[in-house]
Design a protein around this ligand. Structure first.
Ligand code: SF4
Length: 267
């Protein structure tokens, strides 16, 4: 695909003016986690449920729980599926009244996602943070503002894309969603993808990458590499919250997003 890198200069957000001033917003940086993952099978776009926040030691301690969950998932599949007849608005209405996992009890708003319902590009993060939970919108805090700059740096805007998360309710203290929560919420993400039918999905961080691309993936190894499944191109990259913590990740994300823009122009 012909590149357009020559048209893009290093954007201001890619320099060091943004610092981790609001780590309670968006989600923590779990991208370097090398922990174990549930070896579950799931249908649709979902690759299985995950346990990526754990260190190896803790993951081993949780082995019994993970195995138990895997057996449960094998028996129950991905749980209820939304009516296939629902359009995106209907799906959102259903999601907003959902209480299928424990996250709903601890959050203020269900954050379904927003953007162009016919977007060619979807961006999928981890879960709502503090500001997202307050406003009921995805990526509106510091990480969201950075995401806006990232999009703008390659000539994209929120109006053109659809932005959502793996789980729609804020986990307490921004912890990583647990496998049961990812499982419970997975049909919403799967249905969103089916309704929007994007050409490209940008996986923002480890959880989205493991949920949608490869349940064993390590984001530090596969970010920036295209993956194609069922006619959709997936681009794993770092979560914007990770960039707030580690500005050295800004340039790789910019490079990844330039690839997305280039692919979009060549569809
Ligand atoms: S996180 Fe998902 S499955 Fe759990 S209550 Fe919220 S919308 Fe429902």
């Amino acid at each position: 695909m012909p590149g357009n890198e020559h048209q893009l200069t290093l954007p201001i957000w890619n320099q060091d003016e943004v610092s981790a001033t609001d780590t309670d917003n968006g989600n923590p940086d779990h991208e370097n986690s090398d922990s174990d993952v549930c070896d579950n099978e799931a249908s649709g776009h979902i690759q299985g449920t995950l346990w990526p926040e754990l260190t190896q030691d803790v993951a081993l301690q949780q082995e019994d729980q993970i195995t138990e969950h895997g057996e449960k998932m094998g028996k129950e599949g991905r749980g209820e599926t939304s009516g296939e007849e629902l359009d995106l608005e209907g799906l959102e209405a259903e999601c907003l009244t959902c209480a299928k996992c424990g996250l709903r009890a601890g959050c203020t708003h269900v954050v379904f996602g927003e953007g162009n319902p016919e977007a060619r590009v979807m961006l999928v993060g981890e879960g709502p943070g503090r500001d997202e939970d307050r406003q009921g919108r995805p990526f509106v805090g510091a990480a969201g503002q950075l995401l806006d700059k990232i999009l703008a740096s390659v000539g994209l805007s929120r109006d053109e894309v659809h932005i959502t998360n793996v789980v729609k309710c804020r986990p307490p203290k921004n912890r990583m969603p647990n496998p049961d929560e990812v499982l419970a919420c997975s049909h919403y993400l799967d249905a969103q993808i089916n309704r929007i039918n994007p050409a490209i999905i940008v996986c923002l961080g480890a959880l989205a990458t493991r949920t949608l691309v490869d349940k064993n993936a390590r984001i530090t190894r596969i970010r920036g590499q295209w993956h194609e499944k069922d006619g959709i191109l997936y681009m794993p990259t770092f979560h914007p919250a990770a960039l707030l913590r580690d500005p050295s990740k800004k340039r790789p994300v910019w490079e990844d997003m330039k690839k997305v823009k280039e692919a979009l122009e060549n569809l």
